[in-house]
Write a protein that binds this ligand. Structure first.
Ligand SMILES: Cc1cc2nc3c(=O)[nH]c(=O)nc-3n(C[C@H](O)[C@H](O)[C@H](O)COP(=O)(O)OP(=O)(O)OC[C@H]3O[C@@H](n4cnc5c(N)ncnc54)[C@H](O)[C@@H]3O)c2cc1C
Length: 367
């Protein structure tokens, strides 16, 4: 296991290698050309801050020698969603745990390409403008995912723990759905207004960073997700969903008992109690011009005021795309590789030209 700990910089700006830890030993690797950080939105910002590039007051408070005062770790944005098990159906769908785990389903898939194993899990995705009256929502503000199952579908074997549902919410909202066919309609907040931050716990590379996503701190995010719930209610009433006997899950979200079920206040409380990450964090090494005090890397993905130091991963996105982000991350990686390659090809050509042409020009001046 090799974990990069910090970037080695000469004269406080030129990256020439990385320090790493391997099986408890500290080592150094020299870079012949450039250092490229691609440790992700959490990892790259952590490495930069450990290297002395980050918010001045934060690094000073941890006694990390400051190399550059940059807003590393700030501008953290993430897609969040709600709506797990929000719909119950009075019919059994082919996609349930018993069916998926059965041998005949496996054989159906292997020999005929049919059956529950052909399901991608998420059966349909819609990208919507939830409020056309707001000119600021020019890009779509919600992605709606339709999933013919929910957290309760595995009776608490997996999702309950992996998504971090509390015991109180599990017992009060999900546990009683055991054996009931449910569906999840997940409105994903595409352009959250709430922004969080990543900080170092201390100067030890082995310490986990502090991640404060500050989800839903901006009320507009709750309002947008609420519009997603209204959309789900419309969908439930379509002939297609009615033919499956769809209705709202009548269980009251623990913590929201004081509100009338299905009222606006109830749903806004529900959203605050059951909102999950979609695992799309971005933005902690924001790309932008040097004149933008909230940016960390320039348009060639080089860390401001540094030399030969790049960040190429999801952390450079200034804001979230209107959809799942992996394709955008792949595009950033391709583009970043091209930028670095082009820079070194150009540099080699310039050096090469100097070697070839300079002596000729010099010799011309010789009397
Ligand atoms: C559970 C889950 C489900 C997802 N589902 C989808 C989806 O369906 N569709 C979609 O579009 N996106 C999805 N994503 C998001 C997508 O996977 C990420 O946005 C994308 O992988 C980010 O790429 P990255 O290169 O920035 O970082 P990563 O893919 O996280 O790569 C960073 C790498 O750096 C390594 N690393 C970190 N720190 C160090 C260190 N100090 N030294 C050495 N190595 C280090 C990590 O181990 C990791 O391998 C999902 C993410 C998760 C977690």
């Amino acid at each position: 296991m090799v974990a990069g700990s910090r970037v080695l910089l000469s004269d406080k700006y030129e990256a020439y290698g990385v320090q790493y830890r391997r099986f408890g030993h500290v080592g150094r690797v020299r870079a012949r050309k450039a250092v490229i950080l691609c440790a992700g939105t959490v990892g790259s910002s952590k490495i930069l801050m450990l290297s002395g590039m980050g918010p001045k007051h934060h690094l000073q408070s941890l006694k990390i020698p400051l190399i550059q005062d940059l807003p590393v770790g700030q501008n953290l944005q993430d897609h969040v969603t709600t709506g797990l098990d929000i719909v119950i159906l009075n019919q059994t769908l082919p996609l349930n745990v018993a069916n998926i785990a059965s041998l005949s389903s496996a054989l159906d898939y292997l020999f005929y390409g049919t059956g529950p194993w052909t399901s991608p899990g998420c059966e349909a995705v819609a990208v919507v403008h939830s409020d056309l009256s707001d000119p600021q929502t020019d890009p779509p503000d919600l992605q709606l995912m339709a999933i013919p199952s929910g957290a309760s579908s595995d009776d608490g074997a997996h999702l309950y723990t992996t998504v971090g549902i509390t015991d109180k919410v599990w017992q009060g909202y999900f546990a009683t759905l055991s054996g009931q066919q449910v569906a999840s309609f997940l409105p994903v907040l595409l352009h959250p207004k709430s922004k969080g931050e990543i900080l170092l716990r201390d100067g030890d590379p082995n310490s986990l960073p502090l991640i404060n996503p500050r989800y839903l701190t901006d009320q507009r995010d709750v309002d947008t997700l609420y519009r997603g719930i209204l959309l789900i209610k419309k969908l439930i009433n379509t002939p297609a969903m009615q033919s499956l006997g769809a209705s709202l899950n009548p269980n009251i979200m623990p913590g929201c008992e004081q509100f009338l079920f299905d009222s606006e206040d109830y749903w806004k409380c529900y959203i605050r109690h059951l909102t999950l990450t979609a695992y799309h964090p971005v933005g902690t090494c924001k790309m932008g011009p040097k004149s933008d005090p909230s940016s960390v890397v320039d348009f060639d993905l080089r860390v401001h005021n540094s030399h030969h130091l790049y960040v190429i991963d999801a952390s450079i996105m200034p804001s979230l795309p209107s959809g799942n982000i992996n394709a955008a991350v792949v595009m950033i990686a391709e583009k970043g590789a091209e930028i670095v390659e082009r820079y070194w090809a150009h540099k080699a050509m310039v050096c090469h030209q100097r070697e070839v042409f300079l002596p000729t020009k010099v010799s011309l001046k010789v009397p």
